[in-house]
Write a protein that binds this ligand. Structure first.
Ligand code: MLT
Length: 409
């Protein structure tokens, strides 16, 4: 008899963004005339930067000629892209990261889920921020690293609570040490950023406890405050205790193109039960080459172009455009007398709605025809908040804020 992975039974019925899509679909079917504005899932709306588009076109043409045709590429990514990443994203910021430590992939969501295959399924204390990007929790549930949920909290996870009091940046906890720690900055969903000192505290904690940090920096391109680190590797000691995830999705509008990367430093280890240190770089390389055939050549050429002179200029302008939207959202929300954080180094504005977040989500959908994301979908500590995404056209954001103001007033 074929047995099912019963851990799936512990999950909430549907993934957060699927549930939102379902509710929006139902509303649209019942109200076909309604012009719904989507500020829910963080999906880019600007077209690809010309530098990326041109690079992709050129690469596609190469594939059409015998002399320049390519079949399978290296699973870890082409050297041209790995080198551009190491040089521009890391070495230029003083981080000691080499091209050989970069693994190119088709998305950070997959990477931060897949990386778990390197770790034991039991016996680990996993620190998960709350509120948090739901993928970290759900994928640990699927892998059987948790018990069932009790009052919205999975047994076996250690929740690192974020609140207005700690600026949504939880500090390392006292008590029994964590083994695996998820951090995401700029944060999804709150938009909070972590200072150098706050990250140093986590790195010191991880090193002292032989723990590993999984650092999600998918929104790094939105940092405008020069004092805020873009990478965990800007923090001394991080090479010994952290894996970093990055994506071209939000940085360069690649949500539909698909390209990301994971940094696994040489020398980074996890431990066998008998205490033997096992290098994670080799393990991830083994997993990656076994289960992944690499990102397509034209997509990697487009990603490489993000680092060209024109690419930097064009993609920075795009990010600035979304940050301009975020500023409008913040101002609109504050004008309504509601508190919010985020939106200055992040595309997300996190709004305290002082009530049930799904009810508020439904109210905005029905009364303003604006889609947001209910904070409760990001964990228990997200209750009472909604997340508003700045990814949309300026005119639509302005219209959405006018409608929200009308509905709330
Ligand atoms: C979000 O809205 O949180 C993100 O777009 C989801 C993702 O990147 O997978």
């Amino acid at each position: 008899m074929i047995l099912v992975n019963e851990n799936f039974g512990k999950l909430q019925a549907s993934y957060l963004f699927s549930e939102i899509a379902k509710r929006v679909r139902a509303y649209q079917e019942a109200n076909p005339q309604a012009a719904v504005i989507r500020l829910g899932i963080g999906d880019v709306t600007l077209p690809l930067a010309p530098a990326c588009l041109e690079a992709m076109h050129r690469a596609v043409d190469e594939l059409g000629h015998e002399a320049t045709f390519r079949g399978y590429g290296p699973e870890q990514g082409y050297d041209f892209l790995r080198e551009a990443i190491a040089k521009n994203d890391y070495q230029a910021r003083g981080c000691d990261i080499q091209a050989s430590e970069i693994f190119v992939s088709d998305g950070s969501k997959c990477d931060c889920a897949n990386i778990q295959e390197l770790f034991a399924n039991e016996g680990m204390r996993i620190g998960i921020p709350d509120p948090v990007y739901p993928v970290y929790v759900d994928t640990n549930v699927m892998a059987g690293r948790t018990g069932a949920a009790v009052e919205g909290r999975y047994q076996g996870l250690v929740y690192l609570e974020g609140s207005a009091a700690n600026g949504f940046v939880p500090a390392p906890p006292a008590g029994e040490p964590l083994d695996l720690i998820y951090l995401c900055f700029p944060n999804n969903p709150t938009g909070a950023v972590a200072t150098r000192e706050q990250l140093q505290a986590w790195v010191d904690y991880a090193r002292a406890n032989k723990a590993l940090i999984l650092f999600d920096a998918a929104y790094e391109a939105f940092i405008r405050d020069p004092a805020i680190p873009h990478s965990i590797y800007e923090i001394p000691g991080a090479r010994d205790c952290a894996i970093e995830f990055r994506s071209f999705s939000k940085k360069a509008g690649f949500t539909g193109v698909r390209c990301a990367f994971t940094v696994v430093p040489q020398g980074l280890v996890a431990y066998a039960k008998d205490g033997t240190a096992v290098p994670l770089h080799q393990m991830w390389n083994r997993r990656h080459t076994t289960k992944f055939n690499g990102v397509s050549y034209p997509v990697q050429r487009a990603a490489e172009a993000v680092y060209s002179q024109d690419g930097v200029c064009e993609t920075t302008q795009q990010v600035d455009y979304y940050l301009g939207n975020a500023k409008l959202i913040r101002a609109g929300i504050q004008a309504l007398g509601l508190d919010c954080v985020g939106g200055d180094n992040s595309p997300y504005v996190w709004v305290n709605v002082k009530g049930d977040s799904w009810a508020f989500f439904d109210r905005l959908l029905h009364e303003a025809q604006v889609v947001t994301t209910p904070g409760a979908g990001f964990g228990k500590c997200g209750e009472g908040y909604i997340r508003i995404s700045a990814f949309n056209d300026r005119a639509k954001v302005e219209e959405a804020m006018a409608r929200i103001a009308k509905a709330i007033r």
